[in-house]
Design a protein around this ligand. Structure first.
Ligand code: 3HC
Length: 596
């Protein structure tokens, strides 16, 4: 063991140090880091395991419990966030940081200084007595509370990591150390043989490999070069698009709306967000100025003339979208690409009035636009390879993963989210208390309850998606007219509990009254209904060819709706819960993906 060599060991980290790489460094007596190293992290919890090789024991004893909680638990749960070297140095993970030019020489000289006593290493975050006795247990308790409210109690690894961090408080004697390492070994042995790790490895493979080589994407040489982007609309969604396009593609971006007041509101939002990015240090002030200069807002649609890629974010109604595109088509170049962000409407129908429907492609984002890494690229029967290829290249330029889907109601993600939200709504309208409904969905381990999700996407949008699905498949999807009445209420009247459920608001209760029945469902029944409904829908989507394989459905759910790795998206969970077998007489995976 590096920590027990009898002479001081030094680790000089000059590149990615994730998991094992960082753990080797932690076992050394001293550490330096190259300021250009790509990332530093302990991502194990993200994969359903815990940092071993002393990672869970050594880190809190080096940088304090609060920092360690962030590195070991919080960051992995935030879509596997990693540290930049400077930040890792500030936390105290490294004793010195040097620029890349002479990293090895600088590190060796520094090590020499440490050994001959001319350099004294100070570890300001190393926990003292008070931290161990007072701050440590409080931090653990708070972290447990936050975990329970954020991710429920289904995922095992964050809680196992929490226990290990809690016990690492005992101290740094050789006995404490040996016990700390032994606890990690035991925990790892249990986790790596479990279902959640098996599902996580499947999900990790999808995100690492399948997401990067999208199935069905045409040759990227066919893509049209995008030198100017047009966004139709200046509302919140449109402004979020404009911000993302300008930030990532750094090309001129045009937004338009019906009147100047709306345009100004959109521009104000975009400039405000650019200011925030600069304040957070995500972009420097030169870039901020450049981005502001690239965004232009007007009511004059003739300015779309030189846009190569025009996306709409207008009111979701086929007639409105047809009319908007019809108007823009008169203005743009022959070979410019049109994209619709429709959440669930038929892309072919939206394009049916165009002179050139072959240039229209579905380009479906997920809320929050800046955060969710998926774009569903939707192909109609007439979409050309050039339009598709442009969509894939643009998605990549935006830093998103694109998945090709057929032009089917709700595509992939919204079809399955509509199942979840529909089953939640069905239970509410049967008369089930909202808390029971929220709890019933807990075992799925989704990042948000159905009601939080409705709040996130907006009640009107949610009601619209629900209607589209119930219209397309009336026997399988639940929708209620009453949902539209709720959606009309001011936001503050609906949002009353942390779950965003309309539980306490009187106006919401008034609207619900009369529409709510007297036959509440049990948690088990609700869960079973949603499991079976999802399994059925996934099977149908595969049979209909919405995407070629179940892996694509899982990938969409993971990237577009944050469905957990520990469920393998959905199919692995549905297999292991027996839902796919119950409903379709077969499992999605052969053999079923399970632990030992
Ligand atoms: N708006 C904007 N940004 C947000 C946000 C919001 N509502 N919520 C979180 N963020 C940002 C945070 O600012 C933070 O950014 P930073 O890295 O720059 O600081 C980042 O997201 C992470 O935030 P948190 O640490 O708070 O993240 P959480 O771990 O709580 O995750 C979440 C937040 C990513 C929203 C997660 O809860 C999630 O994945 N939820 C599921 C979302 C989902 O299902 N979306 C799809 C809905 S369907 C849809 O949009 C299609 C449409 O057609 C209807």
């Amino acid at each position: 063991m590096l920590g027990e060599l009898g002479v001081p060991a030094f680790a000089f980290v000059n590149g990615l140090a994730l998991g094992g790489g960082l753990e080797i460094a932690l076992n050394s007596a001293y550490r330096t880091v190259d300021s250009s190293a790509a990332a530093i992290a302990l991502p194990e919890v993200f994969l359903g395991i815990i940092p071993g090789w002393g990672g869970s024991y050594l880190l809190p004893n080096l940088i304090g419990i609060e920092n360690a909680l962030e590195v070991v638990i919080s960051n992995p749960l935030k879509q596997n966030r990693m540290l930049k070297p400077q930040r890792a140095f500030e936390y105290g993970i490294f004793d010195a940081i040097f620029p890349p030019a002479n990293f090895l020489e600088d590190s060796l000289r520094w090590a020499d200084g440490v050994l001959n006593g001319t350099i004294k290493v100070e570890r300001k975050n190393e926990p003292g007595r008070i931290e161990r006795s007072v701050k440590w247990p409080v931090a653990i308790k708070m972290a447990r509370g936050m975990l329970e409210s954020r991710i429920g109690t289904m995922p095992r690894s964050p809680y196992v990591a929490l226990e290990l961090l809690e016990k690492a408080r005992s101290g740094t004697s050789p006995k404490d150390r040996a016990e700390g390492f032994a606890r990690e070994d035991e925990a790892l042995a249990e986790l790596v043989t479990g279902d959640q790790f098996a599902a996580s490895m499947y999900a990790f493979d999808l995100v690492q490999k399948r997401a990067k080589r999208p199935v069905g994407a045409p040759d990227k040489e066919l893509a049209r070069k995008v030198t100017k982007v047009g966004v139709i609309g200046a509302g919140l969604m449109a402004s979020q698009f404009a911000l993302l396009f300008v930030r990532k593609l750094q090309v001129p971006v045009l937004i338009t709306d019906l009147d100047q007041a709306r345009v100004d509101k959109g521009l104000a939002y975009i400039n405000d967000e650019i200011d925030k990015l600069a304040a957070k240090g995500r972009i420097d002030s030169d870039t901020a100025n450049k981005l502001r200069g690239l965004v232009h807002g007007t009511t004059d649609k003739s300015e779309y003339a030189d846009c190569d890629f025009v996306i709409e974010a207008v009111f979701e109604e086929v007639g409105v979208e047809q009319q908007v595109f019809g108007e823009i088509e008169q203005i743009i170049a022959e070979d410019a690409i049109l994209a619709t962000n429709t959440s669930s409407l038929s892309v072919a129908e939206i394009g049916s009035k165009l002179a050139h429907p072959e240039r229209l492609v579905g380009f479906h984002f997920f809320n929050p636009v800046a955060v969710m890494p998926l774009i569903e690229v939707v192909k109609t029967d007439s979409t050309t390879d050039a339009a598709l290829s442009t969509a894939f290249v643009v998605a990549r330029g935006l830093g998103k993963n694109a998945v090709l889907t057929a032009d089917a109601p709700g595509f992939v993600v919204n079809r399955l989210l509509a199942k979840v939200m529909g089953e939640a709504a069905r239970a509410v309208y049967e008369g089930t208390p909202l808390l029971t409904v929220e709890k019933a969905f807990g075992p799925l381990g989704l990042p948000m309850t159905p009601f939080q999700l409705i709040d996130l996407v907006g009640w009107k949008v949610a009601a619209h998606v629900q209607d589209t699905m119930a219209h397309a498949f009336p026997e399988r999807f639940f929708a209620s007219e009453n949902f539209h009445q709720l959606a009309e209420l001011p936001r503050s009247w609906r949002r009353t509990s942390p779950g965003g459920s309309p539980a306490g608001a009187r106006p919401a209760q008034k609207v619900l009254k009369g529409a709510v029945g007297q036959t509440p469902a049990s948690e088990d029944k609700i869960l079973r209904r949603v499991q079976d409904g999802l399994a059925h829908e996934v099977r149908l989507m595969l049979d209909e060819g919405v995407v070629p394989e179940v892996e694509d459905i899982d990938l969409c759910l993971i990237l577009g709706a944050g469905w957990p790795f520990i469920d393998g998206g959905a199919s692995v969970y549905l297999d292991r819960e027996g839902a796919s077998q119950r409903v379709t007489g077969d499992t999605f995976h052969h053999p079923v993906i399970r632990g030992l």
